[in-house]
Structure formats: structure tokens, C-alpha cells
Write a protein that binds this ligand. Structure first.
Ligand SMILES: Cc1ncc(COP(=O)(O)O)c(C=O)c1O
Length: 410
């Protein structure tokens, strides 16, 4: 039976009329090859189904939020219970406090917490708190790093003034000299260094942070009285329930967390230490939906399930199995893959593929065979994928066969 996306294409045609560019943001499949469905009908565990009925083993996990598996029973039950009591009310439920206490308990650096919705809320809050506390303006961030869509960090410059970035100085990730030069350039005005736990940007191999670089960032912030901000939005709860650099013994002053905290229910958070408490107390931040309680219920249940079900270990085991299986398959067909980043957040690029032609072709075949991958963005392993890797590798054999027919021996 041929692979056809008739219903999806009909929806896309309608979408062209009511969404600018037909769809927007990271969920737009316009930059992806033709076989990708734009609209998803349902999801369960590590799998999604498009509106044309095809099932895909989903290694994008909603671009991160799905950490336990879609529709996790414990999380869904906790949300249903809270919805029966009320969600967005005039004042939050006590679950908000319970969750903040848990975040403080789990974060070795954390004495307080703020709860919000998107990762961008959290990174913005961190910048505001750092500036409020230090009375300075300049922020250092790694070149090309994504910290959200807000003007100071968005990769796109369309609709953004140069002023929005006037207080930003960049450095090269994992390069201590470059970081020291940026600190020198900031002079007496250094408010914060914001950095992601690993370098996880599109189109290029990921970089695991070096211990030396993480320690250097910490030491420079200590020396200058500036804030070390860890942007953990993409990584949170995949490696630790505290901040990700906790596993290296390097503690941030402020940590922005997001994506996974509600296993898909909208929630992000900032945790901070006492040095930055008064700055945080003086700032004004809020949002109409920041206090809705179903997400707090989801988050408490997600945290519990991660511990009870050994989710962190399961993601690592499944990630290792996927990485090794992909390497074996590629070798068997005469292709070489550059696999980078933590195994829980896999990215593979084909060697000798400067224009990503092999990667694009392969992913297009993969999706036709029922595996949803991304050619240039890091992917995500959820805990339930431990049931899916063998099946996924089996399906990917067909994609490698097609790649070989198209590109010969690599
Ligand atoms: C490292 C990092 N920071 C911040 C953000 C922004 O998060 P959100 O899209 O939830 O606003 C993202 C989103 O992908 C991210 O990966």
C-alpha cells in the first residue's frame, strides 16, 4: 500500500488560509521533507499517529516535553483529579507550594522557586533577576545558542531591533579563553553568564560540556559577583531532578527549567539561591495562566513517576541501544554517522553530507517506514522508548536500504 498523506494535505491547505505561512514555529513541517505529517491525531507512550492513520515511533517527543511517554496514566489521573477541583482560579491550589518545595529539595543550588509556563518565561526571568540583583546590564551567552524566541536570543532578526541585543556579548561554547575575553569586555557591567548544559544547536554536532569550562564559568561569576544562569530548559529532568550540572558538581545561581516538567502539561520554572532572592523579590513577573493548578498536579506526578519508574536510567539505556543499533545499521550499509550529544538527546548527521542531502533523504524514508526523526535538530528519548528501540531499528533498515539505492556506498 502506498504512503499517502491525503487528509494531512487537505488540512494544510486549510491552514494556509488562517495561519501566516501555513504554520509557524518549530512545529512547522515546511522545512522538513515531504513525507512528514503536519497534523497529529493521537499519541501514546513513545508513538504518535498522523491524521491519515499512520503510526510513527516518535523520537521528537513533542520537541522535548514528552519524557515519561505520552498519556502517562499517573500524570493523566493527577490532572483529571485536579481538573475536577478547578484549574485556573483566583489564587492557586496548595499544589503550587508543594511543587516549589520539591524543586527546592531536589536542586542542590536552590533555595526558592518561581513557576511559569514556557522556557522563554524562565530564561527571561533569570536575566531580570540577575540584573535586579547586580544592578548591571550585560549578559554573556554562547554564540548561536537558543534560549527562546525573545528578541535578546531569537535566532531570527526579523521584527527585532538591534537595541534588543545591545547588552548581549557572545562567547564560544566550551572555549575558556573566549569566555574570559567576553568577561573582560563586559568590564564592570557583567550581570550574568547564561549557558546551556551541553551545546545542542541545529545543523552542527552537539558538544558535551567540559568540566573545565563549567568550572571556569562558575569561577568567573564568583570573581565578578555575577550570576551563573543554567538554561536547563531542554535538558531538565533527563539527567537529574535538580540542575543538570549538579551531576558535575557545578551549581548555578539561577536555573531555568522547562519542557519536561509536566510531561506535556504547560509548566516551566526558575530555581535560585539565596544570593539572588532579594533581586527576585523586587522584580514583577506574572502571567494569566502561570497559577493554573492542573499543570502543578501533572508536574508533581511526573516527578514521582520519574523516580518510581527509574525513568532517567531507562532513557539512558534506550538511548545507548538506539545509538549502537544505528551505528551498526549504518556500517552494514556502508555509511558513517556522526552521533553526538547525550544518548538521551540524540543527533546524528551523515558524514560527507555538507548539504544534509543524505540526512534529509534518510529521514524522509524513515518517516514513511514509521519512524519520526529529525535530520538536523537533536531528538529526545522518553522512558517508554525502551519498548520501541528494537522495532524502530527494524523499521529503519528499510530507510537505509533506500538510502543505499539512492546514494550508493556513502
Ligand atoms: C535551551 C532552551 N532554552 C529556552 C527555550 C525556550 O523554551 P519555550 O519554547 O518553552 O519558550 C528552549 C526551547 O526549545 C530551549 O531549548
Amino acid at each position: 500500500m502506498s504512503y499517502r498523506l491525503d487528509k494531512d494535505l487537505a488540512l494544510r491547505e486549510r491552514a494556509q488560509k488562517v495561519f501566516p505561512a501555513g504554520m509557524y514555529g518549530h512545529m512547522s513541517t515546511t522545512p522538513l521533507p515531504d513525507n512528514y505529517p503536519q497534523f497529529i491525531a493521537k499519541a501514546e507512550g513513545g508513538r504518535i499517529w498522523g491524521v491519515d492513520g499512520y503510526e510513527y515511533i516518535d523520537f521528537l517527543c513533542a520537541y522535548g516535553p514528552n519524557i515519561l511517554g505520552y498519556k502517562h496514566p499517573k500524570v493523566e489521573a493527577a490532572v483529571r483529579r485536579q481538573l475536577e477541583q478547578g484549574d485556573c482560579t483566583t489564587g492557586p491550589s496548595p499544589l503550587m507550594l508543594e511543587l516549589a518545595e520539591k524543586l527546592v529539595e531536589k536542586g542542590d543550588h536552590a533555595n526558592w522557586s518561581l513557576l511559569c509556563k514556557n522556557g522563554s518565561d524562565a530564561t527571561n526571568i533569570c536575566l531580570m533577576v540577575a540584573r535586579a540583583q547586580t544592578g548591571r546590564n550585560t549578559i554573556l551567552m554562547a554564540e548561536g545558542t537558543y534560549h527562546g524566541t525573545d528578541p535578546w536570543s531569537s535566532w531570527s532578526k526579523v521584527g527585532i531591533t538591534d537595541n534588543a541585543r545591545a547588552d548581549i556579548i557572545t562567547f564560544k561554547y566550551n572555549d575558556c579563553d573566549s569566555l574570559e575575553q567576553a568577561v573582560a569586555k563586559a568590564g564592570d557591567d557583567l550581570a550574568a553568564i547564561i549557558v546551556t548544559p551541553n551545546l545542542h544547536e541545529v545543523f552542527v554536532p552537539q558538544q558535551l560540556v567540559t568540566q573545565e569550562f563549567a568550572q571556569k564559568a562558575r569561577q568567573l561569576c564568583n570573581d565578578k559577583g555575577a550570576a551563573l544562569i543554567l538554561d536547563d530548559v531542554r535538558c531538565s529532568w533527563r539527567f537529574s531532578l535538580g540542575s543538570t550540572w549538579q551531576t558535575l558538581g557545578v551549581l548555578p545561581d539561577l536555573c531555568a527549567m522547562g519542557k519536561t516538567l509536566g510531561n506535556g502539561y504547560a509548566l516551566s520554572a526558575v530555581t535560585g539561591n539565596d544570593r539572588f532572592r532579594s533581586g527576585a523579590a523586587e522584580c514583577f513577573f506574572t502571567g494569566s495562566y502561570w497559577f493554573s493548578s492542573a499543570a502543578f498536579a501533572a508536574s508533581l506526578a511526573t516527578m514521582e513517576a520519574i523516580e518510581e519508574e527509574n525513568a532517567i536510567e531507562r532513557m539512558e539505556t534506550a538511548g545507548n541501544q538506539f545509538r549502537a543499533g544505528l551505528a551498526d545499521l549504518a556500517n552494514g550499509y556502508g555509511f558513517k554517522l556522526d552521533q553526538s550529544g547525550p544518548v538521551q538527546m540524540p543527533l546524528f548527521l551523515f558524514e560527507d553530507d555538507p548539504e544534509y542531502l543524505k540526512g534529509g533523504f534518510f529521514c524522509n524514508e524513515a518517516v514513511k517506514n514509521g519512524v519520526y526523526l529529525h535530520p538536523v535538530h537533536n531528538m529526545f528519548i522518553c522512558a517508554e522508548h525502551d519498548k520501541d528501540i528494537v522495532d524502530a531499528l527494524d523499521r529503519l533498515d528499510g530507510a537505509f536500504k533506500a538510502l543505499k539505492a539512492q546514494f550508493g556506498d556513502g
